[in-house]
Design a protein around this ligand. Structure first.
Ligand SMILES: [Zn+2]
Length: 411
């Protein structure tokens, strides 16, 4: 019966997911330990792991040759993912293996306000990465796109992005049609949080909260291995947590938001307000001034650090995550944020003393998170391993905007 078949298929995928995730967390692990951790029988573990070895997803530890019970590890190098981060002016792309280790990188300028142009550029960038790295296209599991905004990740639609002016753009479909590869799209901070959960600072944790600071302030939440999205995909808008009553005016039109103190523009603006002498200063100039001991720059960064500590405490009090990660381009200000940030955080966060894990930020952090969108699907077995790339649709692409009836669904 179809119902029975579906359940059997689902439970097979769930058991595989369970095993693969335990191995990802452990690095290398014996079959008997896998049975203990997953609650599956020894026979089931042996059966599933043999299948996965045959498919090239698992391997017996090469260092254990000759041992009777060889531990298992994931084989990350048989399949590949493409991760792309969209900013207002640029696409940054990487091709990675399944551990999101970067194999090739590309960048190209783009006007993010033009969805069709972005989709074409994403497809071209992906194909360039594949060619540059000499990867067979059949081994590329898909493209993950990370961008600022609220995303319906199930349907691959950007519901709303004020930053790039998109409203109901079915961007996953647009790229898939041009690239002939599967495409997943998500909010950039969600993708970063997922990347930290899969292979970063939150690898061992079931729940991770990641806050990023920079052009804006956002948070991504991973709960029980999946991204917590909220009802419409808008969870994690922590930039607009009110941290002061009648405080500074925010870009969103409200007063007292975290972002009005901590985003790079707000930092620059607060320095301008202190004296006209600073009117031409950029965010990098604020940092240089702080490094040279400038009183005004230090005062602005100290205040921003205090605001950040309050925002982090609010996040922790609301979600009680196992791991709390701070990332984003703005972490370069950390030496000047730190004292006030820790002070406010410790004063306001409930419960036992907590750590803030600060990500050593680099250019690959966003793109590796984007590649993680593909890797997660791959290891969830929602897409069959080795699934052939989808064929590009024939004829004209449907008009962008308001299109909710999609012929292609990324999941
Ligand atoms: Zn706001």
């Amino acid at each position: 019966m179809p119902r029975h078949a579906t359940n059997a298929g689902t439970s097979r995928a769930l058991n595989r997911r369970l095993i693969v995730n335990e191995i990802r967390r452990a690095g290398s692990i014996a079959r008997s330990e896998l049975a203990d951790l997953t609650g599956l029988s020894g026979a089931a573990v042996t059966f599933i792991t043999s299948e996965l070895i045959e498919e090239g997803l698992l391997r017996e530890d090469p260092d254990s040759a000759g041992q009777r019970r060889r531990p298992l590890s994931l084989n990350y190098s048989n399949h590949f993912a493409i991760g792309i981060k969209l900013t207002e002016t640029e696409l940054q792309g990487v091709l990675t293996d399944l551990s999101t280790t970067v194999i090739a990188r590309q960048r190209r300028a783009v006007d993010a306000h033009q969805p069709e142009q972005v989709a074409t550029a994403c497809a071209e960038l992906a194909l360039e990465l594949i060619a540059q790295s000499g990867t067979p296209v059949s081994r590329v599991s898909g493209i993950g796109l990370a961008l600022p905004g609220i995303v319906d990740a199930r349907q691959g639609i950007v519901t709303e992005s004020g930053r790039i002016g998109w409203h109901y753009v079915p961007v996953a479909r647009l790229i898939a049609e041009k690239a002939g590869l599967r495409v997943w799209v998500d909010n950039d901070v969600n993708a970063f949080a997922l990347g930290e959960h899969l292979f970063g600072l939150g690898r061992q944790a079931q729940s991770v909260a990641a806050m990023t600071i920079g052009r804006g302030v956002g948070a991504g939440l991973v709960v029980n291995g999946g991204i917590f999205r909220g009802h419409r995909g808008g969870a994690g808008e922590v930039g607009h947590i009110p941290i002061a009553i009648d405080g500074r005016l925010c870009e969103c039109g409200r007063h007292g938001c975290l972002e009005a103190y901590v985003s790079e523009q707000s930092i620059v603006k607060q320095l301008h307000e202190r004296s006209d002498d600073y009117r031409k200063c950029s965010a990098d100039d604020v940092l240089a001034l702080a490094q040279s001991g400038n009183f005004d720059a230090l005062a602005v960064l100290d205040r921003a650090g205090g605001g950040l500590g309050r925002g982090l405490a609010a996040l922790v009090n609301m979600f009680d995550p196992e791991v709390l990660v701070l990332g984003g381009e703005g972490v370069r200000f950390l030496p000047y944020f730190k004292k006030a940030m820790t002070g406010e955080f410790e004063r306001l966060a409930f419960g036992e003393k907590r750590r803030i894990d600060v990500h050593e930020w680099n250019d690959d952090a966003w793109t590796r998170g984007a590649a993680g969108l593909v890797v997660q699907q791959f290891f969830n077995f929602d897409v069959p391993p080795g699934a052939s790339p989808i064929r590009a649709a024939e004829g004209e692409a449907e008009p962008v905007g308001e299109t909710l009836e999609l012929s292609y669904r990324p999941l």
